[in-house]
Design a protein. Structure first.
Length: 1114
């Protein structure tokens, strides 16, 4: 390749520099001319500007080249190597355009005089170069040739631009020379290669031969020692780092000399310095200065992002983005590798190290850049343009996991503290017992807070940009749709996104909803044809799936649907995000704790019986099990520690509580759309918008509060609880608005855990519930009605479920009974037929629970007796002993549970019977309550009471003295002629001796006062008299005709009634008692209620005549 002589190279350089002088006298009038700023303030503030405002135009026209430099055949000139002899003398001075400048800037110079000396000094400071050999330092580079050329030209505004261009060219050339291990020789071989590379790649923005030639002046010898010594990315990063640092230096210059900020020459200098740094950065990012531009290489810009030593100013990024934004192809070419590199970098990051911050903050800053005052954000638009990475197409059933791993911002949302997702957290923070758990929690929560804040900024930037908003909303909808299985109780974690991803995602939507107004939410959105939230498979509060389908068809035929608004979409997607994020994570946390308890119990059991298996063939197996279980416990403890960091974070929980408070307020608005104030009972006709809501809109609020109450109660001391309390009171008092009884039961459980006897710190919220205006007259009656309604729930476990629900109600009722207002409501309710059903259920539960409890105690006593006889116990076969021990464990758990439930049920019967006797003495109930009391009195005081004596009875909650005290007090509370007759009529359990034995126990244990014992004895005497009368009457009626007897009980009917569903005749007391438990005909199971019963008048007259005749005979 022919080379230009040194003189020709020098001539062209001078021509180029002089061209700036001429252009400054005659400024170009084309659209790409550089506008002169009147102030540097916008640069300091870092405000984004649009491409049109920047005056950059296309990159190919942004450099001002000498046309003569592109002469025939693109021949490249040759210049002499820079030597000391060719450098200017020490006394060299630049030609001045103004007179009277001082070298020292601190001298008294007028504000208007920015001299050539100042300009040159600032150029040297910005680009770390020197034009005098005597001023060279460790961080500056001497440019002798350029110094000599500058001495021949005037430093006008146009020339300054060219000087800066030449300085950057020289510096980048030296970087290249160092990269290739060569000296800077005056050949242009590398320049030709770079130029040809740019042309081959059709990179129109970096085709300037002058640009390439000046950068590539130097020739590498073809010896092996000149091979590339570092990767292309590292080399390009060094070039880019130099330009970024130079940009930073220009900002420092601006701060150091504030008085020059109004000088046109000073403004031009800094503007051009930054502009040229950005333009050369664009060329580097295109790969114009590299022979290896593999798409697999990391973007050099990302290399700087993660380099802590390089501070990329936001204004640099703003100018870089706005420079290329007008050319979509160029923008894609430069920033697609940046986005892909950030994505790849984030995939290798975790919260156990600090490296996650750099790529996260980088993407956040890039997304925040907009063009001028418009909402257009080029990087956001580019992200959604990468359709295959923005919302990747599903490849398998694991579509939820795919969108987390394969989407562009998935890795940014995946940063997590959970041990299953980030084992490094355990290794760094929880591998050993941490003495300062609080400090660890604060550290990790701070890291999570950074992640969520920056991810929110990214999503928010995409949403405020009109061009990327719809794609961003579609991404949010896709995450929700592809992870719908997260809400299931049994889910394959390999097919859905991680808990950490979903929680980060949820917090973003939570923050987006912070400013949503209730008035802006369209209640029909869930049924909108363009709804992004799919609830088609969800059960509804009140409607069946068929009813929902019919109503939706009606809506479609009547409504002219408008485009959904962002507040509405955001609100409903946030509800679903909470449903799929916080609650599944809370359930996993609870399961982990339960597994820990079970393993601990198993280890304790196996260790406590070590003597039985240590010398057997099972020893090796059992030791292996103990080792395995201890390892599992350690893993569970680490998992719990990590989970506590995330789920017990006050900021997260308060955010969720506020959101659920907002949701509760919105639902109450559907109950009271006219804002007239909610009154109970609610209207019988339920608004379809409310009736068609998914169950989880209500259930999730209750489930979340249960979790928070258990693990972080202090979070509930928030104003949001006011609306939530109203929400719960309204729906507990209006169960007809909810079809699923378990949903009402969950709300009841929330009221239960807020009781001070369960959660002592809950006194404030409990007071809010008790004193709520709607609760005063309606809460207690509603609870009693629900107590009876849960007898049948439709579930296969309804028989056992009802006891837990009723236990919750009994605790709530006890606290309500202490309030005068609620006690009045209960007394008022006692005069209704519904209260009779309630009392009947009390009797049923007390009977069953006490029976089961006492049977369990007998079984425990039997096993303990066998174990006490060591010889006989050891003589039993091993299998039998194992079976007995297993049964003992079961009996103990069951006894504890049943006694707890029985104690509260009996206690409720005790205080109700003291103030309200009439319902207990109704004909359909009086015999049953008498039989229940007699049987349990026999168990406690009868000949077999010793069978209930067990070791450590307090372990099971068995307090026989207290139980005896309550039973005998109920006898006294219901003392009346009718009740004494009923007690005496119980032929199965009544014995005269039982009452007197009970009185002896009461006296001996000092459970009651003498006066109370006397009243009990008086009642016992009354019963004894009635027993004698009953015996005589029963003998007289034994020969009654069969048609006069009840077909079920075979007792004489006193008030016969006809069952219209079967035609049978029964005694009213007997059939009424049956209907209290089941609204069906006992003969054919057809629906039957008490108001359907028809009096059998003729038969009743016949029975009365028969009785009169019998009495006359007597």
């Amino acid at each position: 390749m022919s080379e230009l002589p040194p003189d020709e190279v020098r001539r062209r350089r001078l021509a180029r520099l002089n061209q700036g002088t001429m252009s400054s006298s005659h400024p170009p009038s084309d659209s790409h001319s550089i506008p002169v700023r009147t102030s540097l303030k916008p640069l300091a503030e870092g405000s984004a500007v649009s491409t049109q405002d920047s005056g950059y135009g296309s990159l190919s026209q942004s450099f001002e080249f000498d046309e003569q430099s592109q002469d025939t055949g693109d021949k490249c000139g040759k210049r002499t190597s820079p030597t000391c002899s060719s450098s200017p003398s020490e006394n060299f001075k630049f030609k001045r355009t103004r007179d009277g400048f001082d070298k020292d800037d601190t001298s008294h110079v007028k504000m208007s005089s920015v001299t050539d000396e100042h300009i040159v000094k600032s150029i040297c400071s910005i680009f770390k170069v020197s034009f005098k050999s005597s001023e060279v330092s460790c961080d500056t580079v001497y440019l002798p040739t350029l110094a000599e050329d500058l001495s021949l030209v005037d430093l006008s505004s146009g020339t300054v631009c060219n000087v800066i261009n030449q300085v950057i060219m020289e510096r980048l050339t030296q970087f290249r020379a160092h990269q290739d291990g060569m000296s800077v020789s005056p050949t242009l071989t590398i320049a030709q290669e770079t130029s040809q590379m740019a042309i081959d790649d059709n990179l129109t923005d970096c085709r300037s031969t002058e640009c390439i030639s000046l950068l590539g002046e130097g020739k590498a010898n073809p010896s092996p020692s000149n091979c590339v010594k570092e990767s292309t990315t590292v080399y390009q990063s060094k070039l880019l780092k130099y330009l970024v640092n130079s940009y930073n230096h220009s900002l420092n210059e601006e701060k150091n000399y504030p008085k020059r900020s109004q000088e046109e020459r000073w403004i031009t200098l800094l503007t051009q310095a930054r502009r040229q740094c950005v333009l050369f950065s664009v060329l580097i990012l295109q790969g114009c200065f590299s022979l290896d531009r593999s798409v697999l290489q990391k973007s050099p810009l990302v290399h700087l992002f993660i380099n802590e030593e390089c501070d990329i100013p936001f204004t640099f990024l703003v100018e870089l983005v706005t420079t290329v934004a007008s050319d979509s192809h160029l923008c894609m070419k430069i920033f697609k590798p940046v986005l892909l590199s950030l994505n790849q970098e984030m995939q290798n990051c975790h919260l156990a190290a600090e490296g996650f911050k750099a790529p996260l903050l980088a993407l956040s800053k890039l997304c925040d850049i907009r063009l001028g005052t418009t909402s257009v954000r080029p990087i956001c638009n580019l992200m959604v343009a990468l359709s295959n990475m923005w919302i990747p197409s599903p490849l398998s059933k694991a579509e939820g996991k795919e969108i987390e791993r394969l989407s562009l911002i998935g890795p940014f949302l995946s940063l997590s503290v959970f041990s299953e997702e980030c084992p490094q957290i355990v290794d760094r923070y929880f591998s050993e017992s941490s003495e300062n758990v609080k400090l660890v929690n604060v550290t990790l929560r701070s890291a999570l807070r950074i992640v969520r804040t920056e991810v929110f900024k990214i999503i928010h930037s995409m949403l405020v940009s009109t061009e990327s908003r719809d794609a961003c909303l579609q991404f949010i909808a896709s995450v929700l749709a592809r992870n719908y299985r997260k809400a299931q109780l049994q889910v394959d974690d390999r097919q859905v996104a991680s808990d950490g991803f979903m929680l980060n995602f949820m917090t973003v939507l939570q923050q987006l909803c912070a400013k949503v107004k209730i008035e802006k939410v369209d209640s029909l959105y869930l049924h909108h044809p363009k709804s992004r939230v799919n609830i088609s498979q969800e059960s509804r509060l009140k409607l069946t799936s068929q009813q929902v389908k019919e109503w939706k068809q009606e809506l479609d035929s009547k409504n002219a649907w408008l485009e959904p608004k962002f507040p509405t979409e955001c609100f409903f997607m946030a509800i679903q995000a909470h449903h799929l994020a916080i609650l599944p994570a809370c359930r996993r946390h609870s399961r982990r704790q339960k597994a820990h308890r079970e393993l601990t119990r198993m280890i304790e059991h196996l260790e406590s019986h070590e003597s039985e298996w240590i010398d057997t063939p099972m020893a090796s197996r059992n030791k292996g099990l103990l080792k395995k279980w201890r390892e599992q416990i350690k893993k569970l403890e680490n998992g719990k520690a990590c989970s506590d960091v995330v789920l017990l974070d006050d900021e997260l929980l308060r955010g969720c509580l506020k959101f659920y408070g907002f949701l509760a307020t919105w639902i109450l608005r559907l109950v009271d759309p006219n804002k007239k104030g909610i009154s109970i009972p609610l209207p019988e006709k339920i608004a379809m918008e409310l009736a068609s809501l998914p169950d989880y809109f209500v259930g999730d609020v209750a489930e979340f509060l249960l979790f928070v109450n258990m693990h972080a109660y202090h979070v509930l001391e928030d104003p949001a609880m006011n609306d939530i309390v109203t929400f719960f009171v309204v729906f507990v008092c209006s169960p007809n608005y909810i079809s699923n009884p378990y949903l009402v039961a969950k709300i009841v459980e929330v009221l239960f855990v807020m009781n001070p006897s369960i959660q002592p710190a809950a006194s404030k919220i409990h007071e809010m519930i008790v004193s709520h205006p709607l609760a005063l007259d309606h809460l207690a009656p509603a609870l009693m009605n629900f107590y009876t309604d849960v007898e049948t729930t439709g579930s296969s476990n309804e028989f056992y479920d009802k006891f837990s629900i009723r236990y919750h109600i009994s605790i709530i009722m006890k606290s309500l009974w202490q309030d005068v207002g609620h006690r009045g409501a209960i007394m008022k309710q006692s005069r209704t037929a519904q209260f009779v059903r309630f009392v009947n259920m009390l009797i049923n539960d007390t009977t069953f629970l006490l029976d089961e409890s006492l049977d369990s105690l007998k079984s425990i006593n039997e096993t303990q007796q066998m174990m006490a006889n060591v010889a006989d116990w050891e003589a039993l076969p091993r299998d039998m002993r194992t079976s007995r021990l297993r049964q003992l464990s079961t009996d103990e758990r069951q006894c504890r549970s049943y006694l707890t439930l029985a104690s509260e049920t009996l206690d409720m019967m005790l205080y109700l019977s003291k103030h309200v006797q009439a319902p207990f003495l109704r004909p359909e109930l009086i015999d049953r309550i008498a039989a229940m009391l007699n049987f349990n009195l026999q168990q406690l005081c009868g000949p077999k009471c010793r069978n209930l004596k067990v070791k450590n009875p307090e372990k099971y909650g068995f307090e026989p003295k207290t139980l005896l005290d309550r039973l005998t007090q109920i006898y006294v509370n219901l003392d009346s002629e009718e009740f004494a007759k009923a007690v005496a009529g119980d032929q199965r359990s009544y014995r005269r001796e039982l009452f007197f034995d009970a009185a002896k126990h009461l006296h001996k244990t000092l459970l009651k006062t003498e006066a109370e014992i006397y009243r009990f004895k008086e009642f016992a005497s009354k019963v004894e008299i009635k027993a004698a009368e009953n015996a005589a009457r029963n003998e007289d009626y034994d020969d009654a005709p069969d048609e006069f007897k009840d077909p079920l009980m075979m007792t004489l009917m006193l008030e016969p009634v006809i069952l219209p569903t079967s035609g049978k005749i029964m005694d009213r007391a007997v059939i009424t008692r049956h209907l209290l438990n089941s609204d069906t005909d006992p003969f054919n199971r057809q629906p039957l209620t008490t108001d359907m019963l028809q009096p059998a008048t003729e038969l009743r007259i016949q029975i009365e005549e028969w009785l009169q005749n019998r009495q006359r005979e007597d």
